[in-house]
Design a protein around this ligand. Structure first.
Ligand SMILES: Nc1nc2c(c(=O)[nH]1)N[C@H]1C(S)=C(S)[C@@H](COP(=O)(O)OP(=O)(O)OC[C@H]3O[C@@H](n4cnc5c(=O)[nH]c(N)nc54)[C@H](O)[C@@H]3O)O[C@H]1N2
Ligand SMILES: Nc1nc2c(c(=O)[nH]1)N[C@H]1C(S)=C(S)[C@@H](COP(=O)(O)OP(=O)(O)OC[C@H]3O[C@@H](n4cnc5c(=O)[nH]c(N)nc54)[C@H](O)[C@@H]3O)O[C@H]1N2
Ligand code: SF4
Ligand SMILES: [Mo]
Length: 700
């Protein structure tokens, strides 16, 4: 059922990109699978069945022939000496990481048997856990969702990253829609808001630089002085979780200085009178206090936003990982309509472009297989608490089986102390589909080796541009690895699921996801195809909201008992100097990792070196800490040890724990998520990774 017979290949080290390429070497078109807005088009060079080089496709405009450092090392990751090559069965205590190889048949038979036993009592005791290890529609929720729907397993609310901002944008603009990314190159003013574009949105950054060369002003709004902030003319280092206060003060200035596009507001927005009253409560002096910046920084930015055109905002998810993240996104998303920025193709806002695609989700995931059953939904962001919850009327059955794929929850989910305690439950049956023995895999009963992007078919959309990409397999599966789809097909067969949808091969699934035969032929030939969209999507309004307008006031939110207007909502854990935990910790991505992926790739780890905590010199001095000292970072949830780095990138009162390191690389076997909480955002039920109060002390 896979597209290759699994032909064991010996795994070894790095495919050197300077090796001589055989004249017969083939080039295979693909797509980067990672959770990154850029969704690059790949070309993999294959020589004698071996991938020797992974490059950016120069024919794809958004990729422009360039890949980030991480993915140019994709061959090194694929042939990594620690790649999982056979199914493994636990042979020691949970978490010990001791496993022994087993055959696929034995593993699958036993897994199906165990799942059947649990499901015969109550299928909702089985929970899928997955996120965006691959963003592909096929190896993501394609066959897997069919399997879990047919079983009647619990549903998973996939909130770990973007649901606060995504839903907030939908309440305001009507969907995850926005500017066409290429036109940022023509903007005169770009606010890079909650985004370290140099590190995590490289191809947008190239466009911003192009704009800068044409004379544009770049403004970075980020508590951390990032690599991106270094290269912008202006940097507003606001306190974490204060973005809505800043946005409301900008509105205040637009109002009092009459920098509004009253025509655009009258024709294409709703709720202006009410928003006006709200914004007038936010003079710059008030916001400056809340944000911890100068009044002049706010009034200058308001003048630029109010008097220049075209003006654009590249918003990213970094700023919505706090209690009021949804409201903050709503406040910011109002700004382009107030000045009519949307009238220009180089004006407006982009948070995510994923709403511009129409993937055939129902045909792929087959929710109809549920029949009349309506299983409960587990929020992936509270998996720590939920794994520890006993059966109850309101919760339903205790979780008895967890199938993890495309995710590493033990490292990435908040409040790891509880997550680990849950995964360590002796009575929990855990199966992990993985490339590597991650922190999560350490707790599995079975680890099943999965294929990488070089070894399978997939279809990709993007959240940073509007092209669809096809990924063709370049090499045979390494070792005995099997595709996620194939693993779920094999389990379905053993569970006696006889519906014909479980026979679909991966190429069929790619076609189904696209639902357009002509487009598919184009994809097979070129690797990518553009989704048609107007250059300036909201120049004449036409927002995909119920009212067709940009909804400053959201009747839908109001109907749910929420504030219909955006407001500043203070963090759960506002650091107050007298508190036991006076420092705010944020933990944004490291440039050379992708969430917790690539942490084990030697050449990339060599660049990141080790887990560090960036601190402002005042905060370090006050604690007798110097760069290189081993520190303990702690709060009531736990303790994390790492090296301190006194850094000009930190503002006082805020510390940074970069990257999602694997716990097993941590000095005391933990990472930053030992400290983060399971609180959820105002909108979208998302985690609040960057709303986290800590204290730091030097270790002897
Ligand atoms: N290299 C690399 N690229 C990545 C990732 C990665 O791990 N590594 N992760 C990918 C994923 S999963 C995602 S979701 C995307 C986007 O992921 P994001 O989380 O948006 O990542 P960044 O673009 O790094 O932007 C986060 C920035 O927001 C800042 N920030 C933190 N708190 C606040 C706040 O309260 N307000 C404001 N204004 N800024 C704040 C941080 O300091 C950081 O510089 O990136 C993707 N790209
Ligand atoms: N403290 C803190 N925590 C965070 C964040 C933060 O900024 N700070 N960011 C959050 C965000 S934005 C996100 S999106 C999440 C990310 O969390 P995850 O989605 O869990 O992302 P990764 O950590 O990259 O783990 C993905 C795993 O999937 C595996 N994988 C990749 N492709 C395949 C495949 O085809 N098949 C199978 N079976 N496995 C595959 C990879 O080997 C990898 O181990 O983390 C969140 N956690
Ligand atoms: S991680 Fe992002 S920038 Fe890097 S290759 Fe993939 S899509 Fe491109
Ligand atoms: Mo994410």
């Amino acid at each position: 059922m896979t597209d290759f017979t699994a032909e064991p290949l010996q795994a070894d080290t790095h495919a050197d990109s300077n090796v001589n390429v055989n004249a017969n070497a083939a080039q295979v078109l693909g797509a980067c699978p990672h959770d990154c807005p850029d969704t690059c088009a790949l070309i993999t060079t294959v020589d004698k069945g071996r991938a020797i080089k992974v490059q950016g496709n120069p024919a794809h405009k958004a990729t422009d022939g360039v890949l980030c450092t991480k993915v140019s090392r994709y061959a090194e990751r694929t042939y990594h000496p620690e790649r999982l090559l056979t199914p493994l069965k636990r042979s020691g205590p949970k978490g010990s990481g001791q496993f022994e190889p087993v055959s696929w048949d034995n593993a699958l038979d036993d897994i199906a048997h165990r799942l059947q036993a649990i499901a015969s009592q109550n299928p909702e005791a089985v929970v899928p856990y997955s996120y965006a290890g691959t963003m592909g529609h096929v190896q993501g929720e394609g066959m897997a969702a069919r399997f879990f729907h047919r079983l009647g397993a619990s549903l998973l609310d996939r909130t770990i990253c973007a649901s606060a901002g995504g839903e907030a944008l939908t309440y305001t603009l009507g969907g995850k829609v926005g500017m066409k990314v290429e036109f940022f190159a023509e903007s005169k003013l770009i606010l890079i808001w909650g985004s370290n574009s140099v590190g995590s949105n490289l191809h947008f950054w190239r466009l911003a630089q192009e704009a800068k060369r044409q004379g544009a002003k770049l403004v970075c709004i980020d508590p951390r002085k990032t690599e991106t902030a270094d290269k912008c003319q202006v940097h507003l280092a606001i306190r974490p979780g204060t973005d809505a206060a800043l946005a409301l003060a900008l509105m205040h200035e637009l109002i009092v200085n009459n920098w509004l596009d009253t025509d655009y507001i009258a024709q294409h927005t709703t709720g202006w009178d009410a928003l006006r009253v709200r914004a007038l409560q936010w003079p710059p002096e008030r916001a400056a206090q809340v944000c911890g910046i100068d009044v002049l920084q706010i009034t200058d930015l308001a003048r630029d936003w109010g008097t220049m055109q075209p003006t654009a905002i590249r918003l990213n998810y970094g700023m919505q990982r706090v209690r009021g993240g949804g409201n903050a996104v709503r406040a910011i998303a109002c700004l382009p309509a107030l000045t009519g920025a949307w009238r220009h193709r180089a004006g407006g806002l982009l948070l995510s472009s994923s709403g511009h695609f129409s993937v055939q989700k129902a045909a792929m995931q087959r929710p109809d297989l549920l029949g009349a059953r309506r299983p409960r939904t587990i929020n992936m962001s509270t998996i720590g608490d939920d794994l520890l919850r006993p059966a109850s009327q309101s919760f339903g059955p205790a979780i008895q089986a967890l199938l993890v794929y495309n995710s590493n929850p033990v490292a990435v989910a908040p409040e790891s102390g509880k997550v680990v305690q849950g995964f360590a439950r002796e009575d929990l049956f855990t199966v992990v589909l993985e490339h590597f023995q991650t922190d999560t895999a350490d707790y599995a009963d079975y680890i099943l080796p999965a294929t990488t992007q070089l070894e399978h078919w997939d279809l990709h959309t993007s959240y940073g541009h509007t092209d669809i990409l096809l990924n063709q397999p370049a090499i045979a599966p390494v070792g005995q690895a099997r595709t996620n789809t194939d693993i779920f097909r094999a389990l379905a067969q053993r569970m006696g699921f006889s519906e014909s949808c479980f026979d679909d091969d991966d190429l069929t699934l790619c076609r189904t996801a696209l639902g357009d035969a002509q487009g598919f032929a184009q994809l097979l030939e070129h690797g990518f195809v553009a989704v048609p969209m107007p250059d300036a999507p909201f120049a004449q309004g036409g927002f995909p909201t119920p009212s067709g307008r940009c909804e400053f006031f959201s009747p839908r939110l109001a109907a749910m008992g929420q504030d219909g207007l955006p407001d500043h909502i203070a963090n759960y854990e506002v650091p107050v100097k007298t508190d036991r935990f006076p420092l705010a910790m944020i933990s944004p991505p490291a440039r050379n990792f992708l969430n917790s992926s690539f942490v084990n790739v030697t050449s990339l780890r060599a660049v990141e070196v080790e887990p560090v905590l960036e601190m402002h010199t005042d905060d370090a001095l006050a604690r007798g800490i110097s760069s290189g000292d081993v520190v303990k970072v702690f709060n009531d949830r736990g303790e994390y040890h790492c090296k301190a780095k006194v850094s000009r990138r930190a503002r006082s009162g805020v510390v940074h724990g970069l990257g999602i390191w694997w716990r097993k690389f941590g000095l005391n076997g933990t990472n930053v998520n030992q400290l983060t909480s399971q609180h959820l955002t105002d909108i979208g039920r998302a985690p609040v990774f960057y709303d986290c109060a800590v204290q730091v002390a030097r270790l002897g």
